[in-house]
Design a protein around this ligand. Structure first.
Ligand code: FAD
Length: 381
């Protein structure tokens, strides 16, 4: 058994740390948060230094590393700023589906532009009446000759208004007896006629990351845009989630680590009753608890990612890691803000932004309740 990161893993972690600490300046992260701006220049720079989509195979222009390495980058980015970190890293969202289920032709066409900073992708599942219950998806794709004709509406889609192509979960086989056999993934290029995206504003956090509502009105795409098999979409989605949830674990741990870093700095300088806050035992206990939760979350998600990179997927371990890391992010952000007192509440310190961002990691890619359903199903079966 060996818990140490390899030389290459330490190197990519150090590169990501240096990049985030140098490039995610206070001015940029605050402006992107306040104005809800996607940091396009920063994202391109991150692509140039090879920090975007590091799990994309070399055959398709990527560095060909694993999900664990991608998690290390995510963690370092979120540690400095969750909003800009998310925006720069998630531009390849959906590439996981292509890698797992796409044809050779599809991979060659859609993967290289993502690592070269020439295109952005997305994945659209959620609808106004279909969130946790994915089988309630109603967006339809009907075959018409050599094309699919898509009609429907998706909501809360990351990169919705900036993506060049989006992998869309559609109902293609409504006649199938099993609800799980009614769906397929179809890639939709966003410049197609009948596609519309509206930016969602005033999110609680990660405001630098674009989120949009999508509308499909008789959008025609060639049948070659089907990803994987027709009617196999639901199963593909479940497998895809076992990969993409790892990114969220790393986001949560990065956010928590950043919040702890800020708390440590603050309590060592802020004086109360003539002494630094750090000298009170209650503060020591808080710092000890935060650090322990982070260490446990990191160990759990790294084990999950390590396992996935060895071709073994254990959904319940991934769900444990996501639920626990999400809770850690929430608890640590809350405790760190509390230690900042009023200063934490008024936006002068970064912790206010971290606190607002923390909630999302307990919601997207499956809520914390959904994770517990996966864990319990496995344990009780
Ligand atoms: C910023 C942001 C970005 C996102 N990006 C994307 C994206 O790129 N692509 C995409 O497809 N979606 C995306 N989402 C959507 C996200 O994945 C969903 O919001 C999430 O899956 C929850 O679905 P819902 O909002 O419909 O909540 P619901 O499913 O309606 O759940 C509401 C509450 O009920 C609970 N609940 C539901 N069912 C059960 C049950 N059976 N038992 C117990 N509790 C239950 C949930 O846990 C939750 O607490 C994004 C959301 C946000 C906010």
């Amino acid at each position: 058994m060996d818990f140490a990161l390899s030389y290459e893993q330490k190197a990519i972690k150090a590169t990501a740390k240096k990049f985030a600490e140098t490039e995610f300046t206070k001015e940029i992260v605050q402006e992107c948060d306040r104005k809800e701006l996607f940091p396009r220049d920063l994202w391109r720079k991150a692509c140039e230094v090879g920090l975007v989509g590091v799990f994309i195979p070399e055959a398709y222009g990527g560095p060909g590393l694993g999900y664990l390495e991608d998690c290390l980058v995510n963690e370092e980015f979120w540690r400095v700023d969750p909003g800009v970190g998310k925006a720069c890293q998630t531009t390849v969202f959906g590439s996981e589906m292509l890698i797992l289920f796409g044809s050779e032709e599809q991979k060659k066409k859609w993967l290289p532009p993502l690592v070269q900073g020439e295109a952005i992708s997305g994945t659209a599942i959620t609808e106004p009446d279909a969130g946790t219950d994915v089988t309630s998806v109603r967006t339809k794709a009907v075959r018409d000759g050599d094309e699919y004709v898509i009609n429907g509406n998706k909501i809360f889609i990351t990169n919705g208004t900036i993506a060049n192509y989006i992998d869309v979960l559609c109902k293609t086989n409504p006649e199938a007896e099993s609800r799980h056999a009614q769906f397929s993934f179809i890639m939709v290029e966003t410049d197609r006629e009948g596609f519309e995206a509206k930016k969602l504003r005033n999110k609680l956090g990660i405001r630098a990351s674009d989120t949009g509502d999508l509308y499909f009105t008789d959008v025609r795409v060639p049948k070659e845009n089907l990803i994987g098999t027709e009617a196999g979409g639901f199963k593909q989605f479940m497998f895809f989630l076992n990969h993409t949830r790892l990114h969220i674990c790393a986001e949560a741990v990065g956010l928590a680590q950043g919040a702890l870093d800020q708390a440590i700095k603050f309590v060592q300088t802020r004086q109360s009753f003539g002494k630094p806050l750090a000298s009170f035992q209650v503060t020591e206990f808080k710092i000890a608890e935060m650090a322990t939760r982070i260490e446990a979350s990191r160990t759990l998600y790294q084990k999950a990612a390590w396992t996935v990179d060895r071709g073994k997927v254990e959904p319940h371990i991934i769900s444990m890691a996501k639920w626990f890391a999400g809770e850690t992010a929430m608890k640590v952000a809350e405790e760190s803000l509390q230690l900042h007192g009023g200063y934490g509440f008024v936006g002068e310190y970064d912790i206010e932004r971290f606190y607002r961002a923390a909630k999302i990691v307990e919601i997207y890619e499956g809520t914390k309740e959904a994770q517990k359903m996966v864990i319990a199903k496995r344990i009780l079966k």
